[in-house]
Each structure stands twice: as C-alpha cells, then as structure tokens.
Design a protein around this ligand. Structure first.
Ligand SMILES: Cc1cc2nc3c(=O)[nH]c(=O)nc-3n(C[C@H](O)[C@H](O)[C@H](O)COP(=O)(O)O)c2cc1C
Length: 360
C-alpha cells in the first residue's frame, strides 16, 4: 500500500471516531422502533430478583450476558487505546467483542498491534475479526482470510455490508457485485463461522435469507435508529470541500435517514426461523441499542444477543464504559424479574405488545 492510501485510511478511521463523538450523526427522522413495544407485566413472577441469571451461550460459547461490544476501530495509533479499553470491559463482563475493519491490517503490517491488542486484554471471550463487503466482493485471497482470523485469534469473522456508507464516503468503493458468490466461497474456506452485519441500514428478511444460503451462520441486523453512517460520511465529504448539491435537498434528508428500523429487522429475520427446513442460525440485534430495555426487547423480538457501538464509544470517552454496561445489565435484570424470566432464554419466550397499530 502506498503512503497516500495509508494516510487516507488512517484519517478515515480517526475522523469516524471524532465525528461519532462530537457531531450530530444520529438518525433524526427515524428510531430503532423499540419504543413502540411494551412488555406484558407478570404480577406473579415466581422467582427471586437474585435468581435472575444473565449468562447465555452464543456460537457455542458461554458468555456473561446477552450483549456484545460491536465492531469499531483499529489501524491507527489512538485505536490501540480504544481497543484495549473495549477488550478490558469485554473481559470483565465475559461478553463478545467485535473489532473494526481489518482492511488496513491486510494492506499494511505496521499497525497490526492496534487490532491484536484485544487478545492481550480479552483472552477468554469470543472476539470477532472484521472485513468489508467490498473487500470480500473483490475476492479475498485465502492467505488474507487466515491473516484476519489469526491476528486476533478470532472466534468468528464479521463481514460488514455497508452500501449506503460507501455511497456517501468521499473515497467509497461502490462495487457491490459478486458479494454473495464471494461470501459463499469465504464461508466454505475460512476456518471460523461467518457473521454478516450491516452498519446501520439494517438487513431485511429477504437479504438475510440470501446470506444464510451462502453459509453465513449469524445475522447482525445493525438496523436504523442509532448512528447514520450516511451522515458521518456526508460530513467528511463536506469537510473535504465536496459539492453541497450532489443530491437534491429533498432526497438528501431521506437518504441520510435511509434504512430499516432495528426492531423491524429483528422481526423479519426471526420469522425465517419458522420456515420448514431452516438451518439453525443466530441473530444479533444492533443499531441504536442504548439501554438494557432495548436489549430486553431485542431478545423478546427474537435475537440471541444485542450489540452496541456508538453509545459505548461515548461511554468510553467519558470514562464510564463499565458503569454504562453495568447499568444496562441492571435494566435487563429488572425486566427479567418483572416478566418472571430467570434466564435470557426465558426472556426470549416473552411476548411484547405493540403500543400503536400498525406495529412499525
Ligand atoms: C467509530 C465507529 C467505527 C465503526 N467502524 C466499523 C467497522 O470498521 N466495521 C463494522 O462492521 N462496523 C463499524 N461500525 C459500525 C458499528 O459496528 C454499528 O454497526 C453501527 O454503528 C450501528 O450501531 P450503533 O447504532 O450501536 O452505533 C463503527 C461504529 C463506530 C461508532
């Protein structure tokens, strides 16, 4: 990789964190949809609050709670500190950790420690490597697949699908041809399960079915309602003196809020489990998760675990990462007690009522 290309990658990863922390980049015309649902109160929980047990299994591993720290960063100096903090928290709570796109680790070996640091501080939890759909579509070499997995001793490989982000990104790669064919090849070659995720526009039931048909084992819906990556990249585009009118103002508002709300995605993808002959798969609920109530509703809608990126990035910046996660887990315990659910598996069997009709 030449120096100019390397500098763009470093600038991009750095400015992503800065914009997510300090700019207005959240969806403003759309929510994740969780607020439209209520749990049904159980006046006879028949359990003690202290009986509530958060641990569960994910991809065959026991984890401390149904929560994951979602993929964020790596590849530049400051990412080392962030990934260390995320790894320490993941290890403390016994929860899975996704790391940011490892494209740079393939192109340039000098910043590899900013990724591998997570294994040093999170030796016992599931860690997930990460690469983008455009890189997969381009045909990853088998040696690259192994590098991604080995660098962080990954338990699974996440492939992120980010068409809207690439569309808005000043230097974006908008060639999304052959993703499914190449995913099928990847799933057959890579020695760990493959997780397909969006980055905030959501995965529909139809797309999830196509992904599962390639051999993908987990769908992380990463729906709309949290960070809008169109907004992040639009700000970068304008900062780089891009033209203000590349889209009409009317369309721009909708494009910046483009995506399927997280709750809707979970419902659609969970429906696939009811189809005859459907192979077992897991669902991660993400996109706008900002409390233990959201985690609880995710599970009741059909997810196995929930995941958060943007809110936890703010927490780490404020020096409150463990405190935030502990608060979310207490929210979750409260809901589990009030629904008489002693375990996340029992919470998954709870029915939500919708506050409005139609549901979403
Ligand atoms: C600073 C930052 C960097 C991110 N980088 C990546 C990445 O490299 N790969 C990826 O799959 N997702 C990445 N994401 C997307 C998140 O994993 C997540 O899917 C998305 O932000 C929606 O979740 P949220 O609303 O909880 O933030 C990043 C998120 C943040 C906040």
């Amino acid at each position: 990789m030449n120096d100019a290309h390397s500098n763009i990658t470093i600038e991009r990863k750095h400015s992503h964190v800065e914009l997510c922390l300090h700019a207005d980049v959240r969806f403003d015309r759309k929510t994740s949809g969780f607020e439209q649902f209520d749990f049904r109160h159980n006046a006879l929980p028949e359990i003690r609050f202290s009986d509530v047990e958060l641990s569960t299994t994910f991809l065959g591993r026991k984890i401390g709670a149904p929560l994951m720290i979602s993929s964020m960063t790596g590849g530049y100096d400051e990412a080392l500190r962030l990934n260390r903090r995320f790894a320490e928290a993941a290890e403390h709570f016994g929860i899975p950790l996704g790391i940011g796109s490892m494209r740079q680790a393939l192109e340039n070996s000098s910043k590899r420690e900013t990724f591998s640091v997570v294994r040093k501080y999170a030796p016992s939890v599931p860690v997930f490597a990460n690469i983008g759909a455009p890189e997969v579509a381009g045909g990853l070499a088998e040696s690259d697949m192994h590098t991604l997995v080995e660098l962080v001793e990954a338990d699974a490989l996440i492939v992120h699908l980010n068409a809207a982000q690439e569309l808005f990104q000043p230097e974006g790669n908008t060639d999304f041809r052959h993703v499914l064919d190449q995913l099928e090849r990847l799933c057959a070659t890579v020695p760990v399960p493959v997780i397909a995720k969006e980055v905030g526009c959501g995965i529909s039931g139809e797309c999830a079915q196509k992904l599962l048909d390639t051999g993908v084992r987990v769908i992380d819906v990463a729906g709309a309602g949290g960070i809008s990556w169109q907004k992040v990249e639009e700000l970068r585009y304008l900062q780089q003196a891009g033209e203000e009118n590349r889209f009409s103002p009317e369309a721009l508002t909708e494009l910046l809020n483009w995506g399927i709300p997280t709750a809707r995605c979970i419902i659609e993808v969970a429906e696939l489990k009811k189809l005859p002959g459907c192979a077992p798969f897991d669902i991660i609920a993400s996109g706008g998760i900002s409390s233990g109530m959201d985690i609880a509703k995710s599970l009741a809608l059909g997810a196995g675990i929930a995941a958060s990126a943007g809110r936890l990035l703010v927490s780490v910046h404020e020096g409150k990462l463990e405190e935030t996660i502990e608060t979310w887990l207490n929210d979750l315990r409260a809901v589990m007690f009030l629904t008489g659910s002693a375990s996340p598996e029992q919470l998954q069997k709870q029915h939500l009522t919708s506050k409005h009709r139609p549901i979403l």
